[in-house]
Design a protein around this ligand. Structure first.
Ligand code: ADP
Length: 371
């Protein structure tokens, strides 16, 4: 762009100078020819007597002729300069218009985008800085469009998630009011279960939105990880036994700096999923190793996760089998929360396929010892 601008300016200047020089030379030549035409050297020597037939007025004195000639030359110069300036402005204007056209097109595209036309894109031509700027604008607009679509999908999914327990609640309550169902302990349990699901969903959404807005606060303290994991395992043992699943642990003791509540939630969500998918008669294996990193794994013998979905299971509201997972009572946010909390601790989480069938979730956290 800069090179083109400089080239254009140089071209205009050169053009001006050339035109000026050409017209000046033409002007001087014309004036001299005129002078010699009016005062041919041969005739100036013949001076017939006044009153005779061949009498001509005497040639003007040399000084006067020179003055006239210079006046004409000056006028010629002015005319030439005006011509050169006019042509330079015209050529410069045309070149500037050519140069500014892409800038104007880009400005117009941005203006349209600002007015709400989300499909507005700049035309990219060539490979100069301006083309790069237009391409950058286009990719930014594409990214915003993708994010907006993702957000819209997310809002629709959340609305759907909230509607499901609300519909169940309304159906149950209407059945009680119509006298079709008695408000006994079983009905109350179901109603409370739906309310808990709603509260859980709202809590999860709040946590994710605070992580998005950068207001998620971690209260890092000395944390006995093995004790913490064992506590979660103990709290889930009755549920595992009821499902015919064994919970086996291999936990290395050690103290690290972490937010115990958040890590407990990570552990709970992974074990909750494992128990949901583990078939009766199998074991869910929980292990904790404290090396250069803390490695926490939960392995089950459930259906496993298809290869292509291994990274997507951490996306919000993603489900490998939507109908089944909803039926199992999951909010679809459990693994998104796991990833958010693990990453907030500076760690990573990975879903893997287990040889022989099943899934493995592996969390790695920095092994930061407390001071
Ligand atoms: P959900 O509440 O639906 O379980 P999650 O975010 O916890 O939401 O999990 C997302 C999806 O990942 C689940 O719907 C399920 O398809 C898959 N998934 C999670 N854990 C397991 C597991 N241990 N075995 C098989 N699939 C799993």
């Amino acid at each position: 762009m800069i090179a083109r601008l400089i080239a254009a300016l140089v071209a205009v200047a050169l053009f001006g100078v050339l035109v000026n020089a050409f017209l000046s030379v033409q002007g001087v030549r014309g004036n001299l020819l005129l002078y010699f035409h009016r005062h041919p050297p041969a005739r100036r020597l013949v001076l017939p007597a006044p009153g005779s037939a061949g009498h001509r007025p005497p040639p003007a004195p040399a000084k006067l002729v020179r003055k006239r000639l210079l006046d004409r030359l000056e006028r010629g110069q002015i005319v030439v300069a005006l011509w050169a300036a006019g042509v330079a402005v015209l050529v410069g204007g045309l070149l500037a218009r050519g140069l500014l056209a892409p800038v104007l097109r880009l400005t117009e595209a941005i203006r349209r985008y600002g007015r709400g036309d989300r499909g507005s894109r700049a035309v990219v031509r060539g490979h100069d800085q301006l083309a790069e700027l237009a391409a950058t604008f286009n990719s930014l607009a594409d990214q915003i469009e993708r994010e907006e679509q993702q957000k819209e999908r997310m809002i629709a999914d959340i609305a759907h998630e909230l509607r499901t327990p609300l519909t169940v609640l309304r159906g149950e309550l209407e059945a009680v009011r119509a006298g079709l169902r008695r408000l006994d302990a079983g009905t109350l349990d179901r109603l409370i279960g739906e309310v808990e699901l709603l509260a859980h969903l709202v809590g999860d959404l709040r946590l994710l939105s605070s992580a998005d807005s950068g207001t998620l606060v971690l209260l890092k303290r000395s944390c006995d990880l093995a004790g913490l994991v064992q506590g979660v395992v103990d709290s889930l043992t009755p549920r595992a036994s009821a499902a015919g699943v064994t919970l086996s642990t291999r936990l290395e003791p050690g103290v690290v700096l972490a937010d115990a509540e958040r890590i407990r939630q990570v552990c709970y969500n992974l074990l909750d999923n494992a128990l949901r998918y583990a078939p009766p008669g199998t074991a869910v294996e929980v292990s904790l190793e404290l090396r250069a990193e803390v490695i926490f794994t939960v392995a089950d013998r459930g259906p496993g996760i298809p290869e292509e979905d291994l990274s997507r299971v951490f996306d919000r509201l993603f489900r490998v089998d939507p109908a089944r997972a909803r039926g199992e009572g999951g909010s679809g946010l459990g693994l998104a929360i796991v990833r958010t909390l693990v990453e907030a601790h500076g760690g990573t989480v990975q879903a893997l396929r287990r040889s022989g069938g099943g899934s493995v979730f592996r969390v790695k956290l920095p092994n930061t010892a407390p001071d």
